[in-house]
Design a protein around this ligand. Structure first.
Ligand SMILES: Cc1ncc(COP(=O)(O)O)c(C=O)c1O
Length: 397
C-alpha cells in the first residue's frame, strides 16, 4: 500500500545520531557517555518546587509568553549577570526549551532563501530549523586546537566573507556544544562588529552559560556595545539545574524581537508547562542566594577531571572543555578513517557510547573526533574507564 508522500522540507532529516547511539547503547548494555544529559538527580529545592506547584494546582494553561513569575525571575537574573534592566512583560518570552525557541526564531525571522551563518560543528537542531523555515545555511568552520593556536578557532577572513553575503541572522552557541569552546571577548567583539556592519540579527544559544571552567568566563553578546537591540539570547533550565526533561526555556530580547518570536510560539506550542514554569522561577530565584551556581561549577570541574583522566589513559590526543560538558578524543592515531564507524564499534565491542563529531558538520569532510559527556556520575565514568582499557586490544583499521 502506498502512503501519502511527506513534505520535501523533511527529506534530508534522518534519525539523529543521539537516537542511533542511545539505541545501540541499550542494545549492547553499554555505558552511555554519548547523549548530553545528566544521569544524576537535579537539586531537591528545584524538584520540591515542582511538586508544590502541582499540589497547589498550577496545572492549567500558562499565559502564552510565560508566567509572570518566571519572566520576572529571568529579568532579575539578567540584571545580575549583565547589569541591564529589562521589562519582564515585553522583553522575556518562555517556551518549551531552547529547542522550541530555536525553531520559533527561524520561523519568525527567516524568509525562504534568507541566509543564516552558523559555526560548525553545530548543535544538531540548527540546520533542520533553518531548513524548515526555508533558509540557507552558511557554515563557518571551527578548527580544532593546534600547536600554535591552543583553542578551537575560526578563520576571521572566512567569517567576514560569510557575513559579507548579507545573511539575515548569525546563530552563535557559547559555551559550545560539541567542542566545549567558550568564545572570548575578542571573538565576540569581532562577531558583534560584523553583525553591526552588515545589519545581521544575532541569536545566541547560551544553555551552558553556567558551565565554564578554570580562567574562562561566559560573556553575553547582548551586553556588548550596541548589541542589545540586535540580539536574541536563548537559555533554558535543563542543563543548569540537571532537569533536561522539563523543557523550559526563555528568550531575552528587545520588545519588537520578542513580539515577532511570540507570533510563532503562539502557534507552535502556545503555552508551556505551567507547574514547571513555577518551579523554574523558584530555581532561578533561590540559586542566586543559596550558593547553587558555585557548587555546580565545583562539581562539574571534578567530573571533568575524572573524564579527562580516563580519556588520557587511552593515549589518544584529547581536547578538553573550556565550557559545557564535553571532551573529545582524536581517533585518527588508531588508523580509523570514519569516526562514525568507530563509535558504532566502540559501543558494540567495547561497551561505551560516544558521539562522532562529524554528525555536527554540514560538510562530511570533518575532523575524526569522538565526543564524550561528563554530565555523569563518577561511577558511570569509572565504569566506562574500565571498559576503555580494552580499546587497544581491538584491530581498528
Ligand atoms: C547547544 C544546545 N542548545 C540547545 C539544547 C536544547 O535545550 P533544551 O533542552 O532547553 O531544549 C541543547 C541540548 O543538548 C544544546 O546542547
Amino acid at each position: 500500500m502506498s502512503h501519502p508522500a511527506s513534505a520535501s522540507r523533511i527529506a534530508s532529516f534522518g534519525t539523529t545520531i543521539f537516537t542511533e547511539m542511545s539505541a545501540l547503547a541499550i542494545q549492547h548494555n553499554a555505558v552511555n557517555l554519548g547523549q548530553g544529559f545528566p544521569d544524576f538527580a537535579g537539586p531537591d529545592f528545584v524538584k520540591n518546587a515542582a511538586i508544590e506547584a502541582i499540589q497547589a494546582d498550577y496545572n492549567q494553561y500558562a499565559p502564552m509568553p510565560g508566567t509572570l513569575g518566571l519572566r520576572q525571575a529571568v529579568a532579575t537574573m539578567w540584571r545580575t549577570r549583565t547589569g541591564i534592566d529589562i521589562d519582564p512583560l515585553a522583553e522575556v518570552s518562555v517556551a518549551s526549551g531552547a529547542t522550541e525557541l530555536l525553531c520559533d526564531v527561524m520561523l519568525s525571522f527567516i524568509n525562504p532563501g534568507d541566509a543564516v551563518v552558523i559555526f560548525e560543528p553545530a548543535y544538531d537542531a540548527y540546520v533542520p530549523d533553518i531548513i524548515m523555515a526555508g533558509g540557507r545555511v552558511i557554515p563557518v568552520r571551527l578548527h580544532p586546537p593546534t600547536a600554535t593556536n591552543p583553542v578551537w578557532h575560526y578563520d576571521p577572513q572566512v567569517l567576514a566573507a560569510a557575513c559579507a553575503q548579507k545573511p539575515k541572522l548569525l546563530l552563535l552557541n557559547t559555551p559550545h556544544n560539541p567542542t566545549g569552546k567558550v568564545f572570548s571577548l575578542a571573538e565576540l567583539t569581532e562577531i558583534a562588529d560584523l553583525c553591526k556592519t552588515h545589519d545581521i540579527l544575532a541569536v545566541v544559544d547560551e544553555v551552558y552559560d553556567r558551565l565554564v571552567y578554570d580562567q574562562h568566563v561566559h560573556i553575553h553578546l547582548a551586553s556588548l556595545p550596541d548589541m542589545w537591540q540586535r540580539t536574541i539570547s536563548l537559555n533554558s533550565i535543563g542543563k543548569t539545574f540537571s532537569v533536561t526533561g522539563w523543557k523550559i526555556g526563555w528568550a531575552i530580547a528587545p520588545a519588537a524581537l520578542n513580539s515577532a518570536l511570540r507570533a510563532s510560539h503562539q502557534w507552535v506550542t502556545f503555552a508551556t508547562s505551567t507547574p514547571m514554569q513555577y518551579a523554574s522561577a523558584v530555581a532561578l530565584m533561590q540559586a542566586e542566594s543559596n550558593g547553587y551556581y558555585t557548587q555546580l561549577v565545583h562539581e562539574y570541574s571534578a567530573r571533568r577531571v575524572i573524564l579527562r583522566d580516563i580519556l588520557s589513559q587511552t593515549g589518544l590526543p584529547l581536547i578538553d572543555a573550556a565550557g559545557s560538558y564535553f571532551i573529545s578524543i582524536d581517533v585518527a592515531p588508531l588508523g580509523v578513517s570514519d569516526v562514525r564507524v568507530f563509535c558504532r564499534r566502540l559501543v558494540s565491542e567495547i561497551g561505551v557510547a560516544a558521539i562522532p563529531i562529524t554528525a555536527f558538520y554540514v560538510d562530511p569532510d570533518a575532523p575524526q573526533l569522538a565526543r564524550f559527556c561528563f554530565a555523569k556520575k563518577d561511577e558511570t565514568m569509572r565504569a566506562a574507564g574500565e571498559r576503555l582499557r580494552n580499546l587497544h586490544t581491538i584491530a581498528w583499521r
